[in-house]
Design a protein around this ligand. Structure first.
Ligand SMILES: [Zn+2]
Length: 319
């Protein structure tokens, strides 16, 4: 039974979701292995259409799951102009947009300047793009930065760059560390276009989840990279995905939502956490979603190639 034809149940809150818009003002082109077409300019039209839909559904916030602008945008303009053009569309409405750091942001901006950019304008300047939002009593969203540790967005010769570079070089012998060739199964994640969360971020997440369990709050965790193999291609996993999974075993977590793997994916882990990898809008035009919070479940309704998911809540909400 789908949400649309289920017996009427009061929807307490709605929100919008979109992943991997990868906007750039350049001609459409195929991906690096020539298997899929990428529609760079269509992000503008798609976002306009999605915003109309979210508005009609009275969305209270938007989850923008990262890779908002493509690394190629600098072929035709300054990345900041490209970023501003797409953010101007989000800003036509008053809703809070929860932005997530993706690898493409870091092809365009140095990490510390990204954290201080318009994408994260509502966070204190010292914040490293991991944060929470409590949009409804009994619901908390935890946004992760799965590139806090990465080669991307760091200046060569600095300590964060050298540490990430040697971590990667020890695990990926290829000359081009964007290439997972020769690596097996989950080791394929040791590529340059992925990253990791820091020890501090893991401790922060752990504290947030312990508190949520105590307060009987349901938690949606989001990050650009998937963290559960059955819901993604192994080459897209966060470097320290297993450390995040261990922390999520706290029984307040309803789902983990990511992008990055443009094919999308879905699976439920042994702790009952729903892992939702949204199809990338850059290769799946018209794909986005509307989240519906009900008294006892979270129903994500897909548009385009995005599927529908029904996640039972951990704690029943008060209407
Ligand atoms: Zn990505």
């Amino acid at each position: 039974m789908t949400y649309m034809n289920s017996p009427a149940m009061k929807t307490l809150l709605r929100f919008g979701l979109v992943a991997d818009l990868q906007y750039a003002n350049i001609e459409d082109a195929y991906n690096w292995n020539k298997t899929k077409k990428r529609y760079y300019r269509s992000a503008i039209g798609l976002l306009g259409k999605a915003m109309e839909d979210w508005k009609q559904n009275d969305a209270k916030f938007i989850l923008q799951l990262g890779d908002l602008v493509d690394g190629f945008c600098k072929r035709t303009e300054e990345p900041i102009d490209c970023l501003n053009r797409i953010l101007d569309i989000f800003d036509k409405e008053q809703w809070p947009t929860l932005n997530v750091v993706g690898n493409h942001e870091l092809y365009n901006f140095e990490k510390n300047s990204l954290y201080k950019s318009r994408l994260f304008k509502n966070l204190p300047p010292s914040n490293k793009a991991y944060y929470t939002l409590s949009p409804y009593q009994g619901l908390k969203v935890c946004v992760l930065n799965t590139y806090e540790i990465s080669v991307l967005g760091e200046l060569e010769g600095t300590s964060p760059y050298d540490k990430a570079q040697s971590f990667l070089a020890e695990r990926n012998p290829n000359k081009d560390t964007n290439d997972p060739s020769g690596l097996e199964s989950v080791d394929r994640r040791f590529v340059r276009f992925n990253g990791a969360v820091s020890k501090e971020q893991l401790e922060w997440l752990s504290k947030e989840l312990t508190l949520a369990t105590k307060e009987k709050e349901n938690v949606i965790v989001v990050g650009h990279n998937p963290i559960y193999l059955p819901a993604t291609d192994s080459a897209c996993l966060c470097w320290n995905y297993s450390e995040i999974l261990n922390i999520l075993s706290e029984n307040c977590v309803v789902c983990y939502i990511s992008g990055h793997d443009h094919d999308g994916g879905y699976s439920v882990d042994q702790n009952g956490i729903h892992h939702i990898t949204m199809p990338g809008a850059i290769e799946h035009p018209d794909s986005y979603a509307v989240g519906n919070l009900l008294e006892d479940s979270l129903v994500i309704q897909g548009r385009g190639d995005m599927f529908e998911v029904n996640c039972p809540l951990r704690f029943k909400l008060k209407c």
